[in-house]
Design a binder for this molecule. Sequence first.
Ligand code: SAM
Length: 278
Amino acid sequence: MEKNNTKEIVSKYNFKFTKSLGQNFLIDSQVLMDIVDGAEVNKNDFIIEIGPGVGTLTKELLKVSKKVTAIELDSDLVPILKEELKEYENFSIINKDALKVDFDEVIGKEESVKLVANLPYYVTTPIIAKLLNEHYKFKSLTIMIQKEVGERIAAEPNTKEYGALSLLVQYYCDIKVIRKVSPASFIPRPKVDSIVIRLDRLDTPKVKVEDEKLFFKIIRASFNMRRKTLWNALKSLGINKDLLEKALEEAGIDPKRRGETLSINEFGKLSDCIGKLA
Ligand code: SAM
């Protein structure tokens, strides 16, 4: 690994950071190395990176993978990336909002696809939701995110961090913590601590449910009104009262419980019972 030269590139091009784009660039070589090692990239892997910035992480990924396609929203960064990474023929860039990208098109016929990113924190949750819900062919997502979001992702029932995001990620993936990262590893320094995690896509989701859409709709409703009982939260979905009562009974779930006490298996059971009776 070369010495990290993020600061030099930023000043060479007189690049101006845009705070609203979540631009905090990595300046810590050890963290870079830990992300690349943690992602377990090899020469067969096609890497998609979201938000390459000035290409610091991109360059390390290019050295160890088959190719890297980076998706960057800030058009000011495109000429910088092209110049700084011009020696790498296996690099390409898409100047677009990651939320608007059809990843099936980017992936094409590639088989071993991994996503690696120091994500812009203002869109972390919608990006994760898109990458998982749209069933793209990623083997793993190695992402740097805000520490609190990492805690929500890994949370267990009966904790205040547990919610729809925990269930979404735990339904599709195994979660591995790679390392914590302090604000001093970035320019400019973010106000929050960060964490690098790897989400390994499961071959089959954690629980078997008949109707995924209904399963996630029930989960969202249960956490939209966190303080309410399951009974009240689910009534808001417009489910018939008799049906709801029967479904809860069949699933063996007390209607007075709150959503945050239910395990992923219980949500699965409840969703199947509601689906069957509807
Ligand atoms: N990878 C670089 C690094 O580690 O130094 C930069 C990471 S920085 C936290 C996030 C990057 O995402 C920035 O380059 C920013 O311009 C870009 N970005 C912000 N919003 C985006 C979006 N919706 N789609 C794609 N890229 C985005």
